[in-house]
Ligand binder design. Sequence first.
Ligand code: 13P
Length: 337
Amino acid sequence: MARSELEETAQALVAHSRGILAADESTATIGKRFADVGLAATAELRRDYREMLFSAPGLAKAISGVILHDETIRQSASDGTPFVHLLRRQHIIPGITVDTGAVPLAGCPGETVTEGLDGLRARVAEYHGMGARFAKWRAVIRIGDGRPTRGCLAANAHALARYAALAQEGGLVPIVEPEVPMDGGHDIDDCEAVTTAALAQVFAALAEQRVELEAMLLKPNMVIAGKDCPHRAGVAEVAERTLRCLRRTVPAAVPGIVFLSGGQGSEQATAHLNAMNAGYGPLPWRLSFSYGRALQEPALRAWRGSRENAAAAQERLLKRARLNSAAASGAYAGEAA
Ligand code: 13P
């Protein structure tokens, strides 16, 4: 049976050990990242930064797709080339974040639901017309005192599934991202239990909304203890538990799983991905990356807002991209390689 265009795109995003660069930080989030290196964010500086990332020479060797924010998909490089064209020229597929952010969930203190369904059909059509071929929606499932509630899991799973169905209808491959963040003192058992429950509910909702599993990608967190938990699991334990959780919940029809980095150090995120691909025999899905911070942090530190630093910053980005691509086939042999 011939594959649909959506299926081809989903496959292409995870083929040849390539992964995705998440560069879709909201204006507020990129502002925080800039502040961390002493920069004040302006639309111009955000554009310069993204231009530096997207024009890194040979980026497509390791990066299949880039996720953009609404502001960025409308911007052009300094020579007037729209970013979407710049990416296509690099043989990179442009994607777009389509949620409008997480807001407090009524009745469930401390929890959020991600919004953006209103008017989504029209926005998907507009982004498709601008050249985007895949989309992203991030739900946030926090672990805490009595959290997550069933209400939070259900509301976020439903919204993710409605989004995914609308994206496919409009010709965009949905990346479905239910994130259990690393913030807090929870241990790895809690993370595994909550991630398993969240994914089970997400796939039930995807089935209910008739989402075609062959034409989507899952973007989960790894199973990992909270940042403030005193007991840190080793690389092998993170890999084992993450795979156990995914095997229990993610149907084999899904072509690829692209992890978020979620605040792990750059090298740690690479080591974890590598361990999963190196030690566990054939898996039903391709395991790759859709990292934001773990790909960008060293580059942002080298760039520091100056065009003169662009080449050095691009080298840092290319190095992380190359090492993560190696990890996507289990061939990462340390930082020096
Ligand atoms: P991080 O890899 O920095 O977690 O970002 C990935 C992402 O797109 C989160 O939505």
